[in-house]
Write a protein that binds this ligand. Structure first.
Ligand SMILES: O=C(O)c1cc(=O)[nH]c(=O)n1[C@@H]1O[C@H](COP(=O)(O)O)[C@@H](O)[C@H]1O
Length: 282
């Protein structure tokens, strides 16, 4: 079993080796929680209970958990306390599974020191999502944390992601997302702790990104509620070892049922996604 002192990449590779590529997105909205979760619990307790039940129901099947901080910030102090408890619970109960804080941070260097402290040292996340807009120089506080993962947005899953990300730039007139992917793989990854985000809703772009980044890990959201195709995603996204993918589904798993069987239903949805991914690998 991996210990907490291991790196994000080592944890991931261990899970991939065991055939696990699903990342469960822990993105709870209080209004959508099953009644059985809310009954007799404060908002903080309900968010925490919901996520911890989902974690326990899926832990043997996943390569990572990914809480998106927006869903917790939306509830102020209570939400942030829940997030802290959920990450602590996951790491204590299942220390071999990395937790990715989806926060899409990045600012000038000394401001990034604050983000590094809050995400890695206070919240204890194993990895964080960031945007690349400020360039490598500003990202030093993140990149210097060898044990933590720095997951950089390249081609996002949303319908309008092409506005900037598909702009053709440079002497080879390449789309911006591909320049980001190449720079991160070649120049940002001195400590072997970088990964990229490429949406499952863009399999052609996923294929092109994979071609330029070698075996760099890819966080691939857009499966489930956003309609990404699993077969096309795996075909385009797997690396030379048939690994390299952190395939996220949030709503498709966490709201598989709105009844008392929500955790079992989430498990069933994870089993189905895990099987589908593995069917298309290789
Ligand atoms: O960084 C991300 O995880 C992310 C990038 C992206 O391009 N698209 C995307 O949907 N995400 C996140 O992945 C999750 C997707 O949730 P579902 O659409 O419910 O599966 C949310 O937390 C999004 O913020």
């Amino acid at each position: 079993m991996a210990r907490e002192s291991t790196t994000f990449l080592a944890q991931l590779e261990q899970r991939w080796q065991q055939g696990h590529f699903v990342c469960v997105g822990l993105d709870p909205e209080y209004e959508r929680l099953p009644a059985v979760v809310k009954e007799g619990r404060s908002l903080e307790e309900a968010l925490t209970y919901f996520a911890c039940e989902l974690i326990d129901a899926t832990a043997d099947l996943v390569c990572a958990y990914k809480p998106n901080i927006a869903f917790y910030e939306a509830y102020g102090d209570a939400g942030l306390r829940a997030l802290e408890k959920i990450i602590a619970y996951s790491k204590k109960s299942w220390p071999e599974i990395p937790v990715i804080l989806d926060a899409k941070r990045a600012d000038i260097g000394n401001t990034n020191l604050g983000y590094v402290k809050s995400s890695f040292d206070l919240l204890q996340a194993d990895a964080i999502t960031v945007h690349p807009y400020l360039g490598k120089e500003a990202m030093a506080p993140f990149l210097s944390r060898q044990d933590k993962g720095v997951i950089v947005l390249a081609k996002t899953s949303n319908p309008g992601s092409g506005e900037f990300q598909d702009l053709l730039i440079g002497e080879h007139k390449e789309p911006l997302y591909l320049v980001v992917a190449r720079n991160v793989a070649r120049y940002w990854n001195d400590n072997g702790n970088c990964a990229l985000v490429v949406g499952a809703t863009y399999p052609s772009e996923l294929k092109r990104a994979r071609e330029v980044v070698g075996d760099l890990p890819l966080l691939i959201p857009g499966i489930g509620a956003q309609g990404g195709d699993v077969a096309a995603t795996v075909k385009a996204g797997q690396d030379s070892r048939g690994w390299g993918m952190i395939i996220n589904s949030s709503r498709g798993i966490i709201y598989a049922s709105h009844s008392a069987d929500f955790a079992q239903a989430a498990r069933n949805a994870t089993v189905a996604l895990d099987a589908e991914i593995n069917r298309h690998r290789g």
